[in-house]
Design a protein around this ligand. Sequence first.
Ligand SMILES: [Zn+2]
Length: 268
Amino acid sequence: MLRRAFLASAPLAAQLQPFRFEPAEPFPGSPILFSAAEGPLAGTWMNRPLLFERDEGLKRWLALAAVSLDAEPGPHDLLLGNGQKHAVRVAAHAYRTGRLTVPPKFVSPPKAVLKRIAEEREIKKAAFAERTRRVWAGPFAPPLDTRQTAAFGTWRTYNGKTQSIHHGLDFRAAAGTPIHASNHGRMLISQDMYYEGGFVVLDHGEGLFTLYMHLSAFGVKHGDLVKKGEEIAESGGSGRVTGPHLHFGVQWQGLYMDPATLLALRFG
Ligand SMILES: [Zn+2]
C-alpha cells in the first residue's frame, strides 16, 4: 500500500523503497512530497510538470507539489517519465467557514484604486509564472515562532458580502516582529500592494513560492538571494486585515497549499 510507505521504520529499508510520499494521507489543499530511490526523473502531477532532484542527505530524489483544493477525493495518478504510474489516494477533508469585518474599502474598493489593483494583479501573475531552478533544500521553517491564529482553507465572508478562501496561515505578530525566510529563495516581489499590504514573495524554484503579507518593512531587495531563516522583513497590519499579524502563504504552480502541513513534513 503506497499510503503506508512512510511507516517503514528501518532507515535502510526506507532508503531502498523505490517510491513513497508524505504526508501519508494527502488531502485537497495539502502539500505532497514525492521521494524516489532512482533519478533524475520527470513526472506529471495534477497536469503540472514535476522534477525529481537529488537530496544528498537523504540519498533520494525529491519533488514537492500540492494537491489542488478542487481535487476530488479518491485516486489521482502520478505519471513518471520512466513509464511508471502511481495511484495516490487523496483523502476527503472538511474546511471551516468564518466571518470577518474589515474596512469597507477592502470589500468595495473605491474607483480610484481599481487601476492600482489591476496593475498589482499583473505583477503577481507575471511573478507566479516564473519557473526557475530549485533552490529550496530540506524542511520548510516557520517564518516566526509564534502562535498560529487562523488556519488555511477557511471559507471567509468579509463584512457579510465578499467570499474568499483563506489561502494561507496566520501567525500572531505585533508590528515590527522579524520575519524569516521559510527556505532558500530569491526575492521576487517586495512592495506595498492594496490587499496584501507590505508584500514579499520568495521564489524557491520549479514554481514553488512562499508569500508574506501585511508587512511594515522590507529587509531585502528584489532579486536578492536569501538563505533559510534569514530575516527578510518586519510584520505589520497593512492591507486587508482586522489587525497586525503575519499571513504566510505557499503556492506551487498556481495551487495554494496548507502551510501548516508543509511545515510539519519530515523530509525523511
Ligand atoms: Zn491570512
